[in-house]
Design a protein around this ligand. Structure first.
Ligand code: HEC
Ligand code: HEC
Ligand code: HEC
Length: 449
């Protein structure tokens, strides 16, 4: 369809001026208006923005109705709160919100009844959304989402602590910029579109940017080197998305990145932990143009921690030892028995079904918490329309002791040319205690309608 439009534009301009590549100008709203990409993806403009913003992941529970809320979220130091019902039910949802009230909830974190939200709702990112996208999003919730009558659950934050809400206005003033995204004239269209998606509706920084003392994200765009430099959240470590050569995206091409976001895997690794929800419910629905734009933007972020580091290179010492049944290195025998049938004695995995461990950025990350959590608890499965569905990682909580898990992770962090820090038994014990032993086997791609 787009191609036909392009031809038509070309035809008109042939009559007028002749058809050259300059004849088809991109609209100035390419960066911030998602209507054309929604059409390319075959869904309504508003549904597309809801996908970009991944509203369904927080405002639903797997066994509940879409957008009816109820997901428990921890607010550090205060307690837990539950996401709210954002279906258009007038009594319990947001059916009585006018557009302006919706807009101010989304950009400033102020609800219709005037109370201030905690930034567990990523409004500092949504503040960057364009007016066109915000209107489409509002129309989607009012007209395309089924109303569900379900009262919101009260938070278990005690009243005196909940007064923290009162100071959120000052927090906003100190920590955020509520102006919509503005394109940078020195960058091309794809970069600007990618910047808009990443910083705005995609709220990638909510997990990937480290937070400061007031729990604010340390940077909201590329002007701050902390932006997307990797951060711990819920016992997962959302790894660095900047140009760091080994633990960031320095070795990935734009195509690798677009493939990962669209399908949940590529030749370097597979999405796991909280990233599975992002791929399953959000990024896999993005148009090819948008996946590419996001890749262009992310690939423009320079390295931060590994500025002069040497590039990882494969070393087969451990592979030879395993093949010779030499298990002198701690963790190697457990690796051979419990891991090598899927990840290979050579650590190369079986793309696309089982990810490689050798050369995988997450294995070389300074923070090993994702690796510990995954080995203890496994991961939800990536389900992508682009396929193939990958297998999921089994959990070793019952099978292996904390010491064995520490050894096997230390082993993969120092094998095949890796040079990452060792993991201690205490680090494993801490995450074992903090994570829920009842594994949730629901494989969820949440319904939206
Ligand atoms: C990371 C989790 C998260 C995501 C993603 C998220 N929300 Fe929220 N949202 C919350 C939480 C938590 C609250 C309640 C905050 C509070 O009470 O302090 C909330 C509250 C709201 C409210 C106020 C509702 C009311 O009951 O009055 C609206 C409106 C809202 N969200 C809309 C959206 C939309 C639209 C999207 C997608 C573009 C979205 N949210 C994505 C966590 C999230
Ligand atoms: C049955 C096959 C299987 C076995 C056995 C297995 N894994 Fe995995 N592993 C996977 C799959 C599939 C993933 C991709 C993540 C997902 O979707 O669950 C994965 C992911 C990982 C990752 C994250 C890499 C990434 O990019 O996703 C690490 C680290 C890992 N496994 C370590 C181990 C260790 C250590 C063992 C042995 C204790 C092990 N695995 C045993 C299948 C397996
Ligand atoms: C809810 C938290 C969360 C959000 C939101 C999130 N991520 Fe992630 N992401 C993670 C975690 C945890 C990992 C590490 C596990 C893995 O590699 O899948 C990760 C890993 C990744 C990786 C793989 C990095 C590597 O080195 O293997 C990419 C690429 C990525 N995220 C991109 C994004 C983009 C782009 C966005 C915004 C559209 C985003 N993420 C939003 C949690 C999140």
């Amino acid at each position: 369809m787009e191609y036909r439009k392009l031809l038509a534009a070309c035809f008109v301009s042939v009559i007028a001026t002749g058809c050259d590549s300059g004849a088809v100008t991109t609209e100035s709203t390419f960066a911030t208006d998602s209507a054309a990409q929604a059409a390319a993806a075959g869904i309504s403009h508003g549904e597309y923005v809801a996908r970009l913003g991944n509203c369904v992941a927080c405002h639903s529970i797997p066994e509940g109705e879409p957008f009816a809320g109820g997901l428990k979220m921890a607010v550090p130091m205060l307690g837990n709160l539950y996401t709210t019902n954002i279906t258009p039910d007038p009594a319990t949802g947001i059916g009585n919100y006018s557009f302006d009230e919706f807009d101010s909830a989304m950009r400033f974190g102020v609800t219709k009844d005037g109370h201030r939200m905690y930034p567990a709702m990523p409004y500092p990112s949504y503040a960057k959304m364009s007016e066109q996208d915000m209107h489409a999003l509002y129309d989607f919730f009012m007209n395309e989402v089924e109303p569900v009558n379900l009262a919101n659950q009260a938070s278990d934050i005690p009243g005196w602590k909940d007064n923290a809400r009162l100071v959120m206005g000052i927090w906003n003033f100190l920590n955020m910029d509520s102006d919509p995204f503005e394109a940078d004239p020195n960058q091309n269209d794809d970069w600007n579109r990618g910047a808009y998606l990443t910083q705005g509706p995609g709220h990638c920084g909510a997990c990937h940017t480290p937070r400061g003392l007031m729990m604010q994200e340390k940077g909201l765009d590329e002007s701050d080197s902390s932006f997307l430099s990797g951060a711990p959240l819920d016992h997962w470590n959302a790894s660095s998305l900047n140009g760091d050569i080994n633990s960031g995206l320095g070795r990935w091409s734009e195509d690798d990145l677009a493939e990962f976001l669209g399908t949940g895997h590529n030749r370097f690794g597979t999405a796991f932990g909280t990233m599975v929800e992002v791929v399953n419910n959000s990024t896999q629905y993005m148009s090819e143009t948008d996946l590419n734009a996001m890749a262009v933007y992310l690939k423009s972020l320079p390295p931060v921690a590994e500025v002069n580091a040497s590039v990882w290179g494969y070393d087969n010492t451990e592979t030879e030892a395993l093949l010779g049944l030499n298990f002198s290195e701690a963790g190697s025998q457990d690796y051979y028995e419990y891991c090598s049938n899927c990840h290979g004695t050579d650590g190369m995995g079986y793309y696309p079904y089982q990810p490689p461990l050798a050369g995988n950025p997450v294995i070389m990350d300074a923070d090993p918490s994702s690796l510990i959590n995954l080995t203890l608890n496994g991961s939800l499965r990536v389900i992508s329309a682009q396929g193939p569905d990958v297998n999921d990682m089994p959990y070793f909580r019952q099978l292996l002791s904390d010491e064995e898990i520490a050894d096997v992770i230390t082993y993969i962090r120092s094998s095949w040319g890796h040079d990452a820090s060792a993991v201690s038994t205490a680090q494993v014990s801490e995450i074992r205690e903090a994570t829920d032993p009842t594994r949730n086997d629901d494989i969820y791609v949440l319904r939206m309608k």
